[in-house]
Design a protein around this ligand. Structure first.
Ligand code: CU
Length: 152
């Protein structure tokens, strides 16, 4: 059974009087010329340069100073002189052992790395960067107590 025949049978009754256009009459439709649409060029976004907030020059830290602490012997007793110093953040502290005995500069609370054993005329230098109060001592002579106060 051919389904196409079946279909044509049912429509065959209609008279095909419609004028059959000859191929010549048929105007060839001009295909619309596609207007080239220029795709919008993505505007190159120039990346804004990162704000060059120049780090404030550490203007030679106007308040930062070098503070000297001497380790001295007075009446057979050793001590840090001065026993209490007050410095600003960024200051450098220099301990000098002026005695003939060895000493250390050791934080009571491990707040900073201790010095090695300082022999006579040796120095220990530390730059303080965090404000606070730091007590320290000498491990060889525990009675040698002193204090650094760092202000911001
Ligand atoms: Cu000592």
């Amino acid at each position: 059974m051919n389904p196409i025949n079946h279909l044509s049978n049912s429509t065959a009754a209609a008279p095909t009087t419609a004028a059959t256009p000859t191929a010549a009459d048929t105007p060839t439709p001009t295909p619309p010329t596609p207007t080239p649409t220029t795709p919008p060029k993505p505007t190159p976004t120039t990346p804004a340069p990162p704000p060059t907030t120049a780090a404030p020059p550490k203007a030679a830290a106007p308040s930062a100073t070098v503070v000297q602490v001497k380790i001295v012997e007075i009446n057979n007793k050793y001590s840090f002189q001065p026993a209490t110093i007050t410095v600003t953040k960024g200051s450098k502290i220099v301990w000098t052992n002026t005695s003939d005995a060895p000493h250390t500069v050791t934080s009571d609370t491990n707040a900073f790395a201790a010095s090695s054993t300082l022999m006579q005329n040796q120095t220990f230098t530390m730059v303080v960067t965090t404000s606070g109060t730091y007590t320290y001592h000498c491990t060889i002579h525990p009675y040698m107590q002193a204090k650094i106060v760092v202000t911001s």
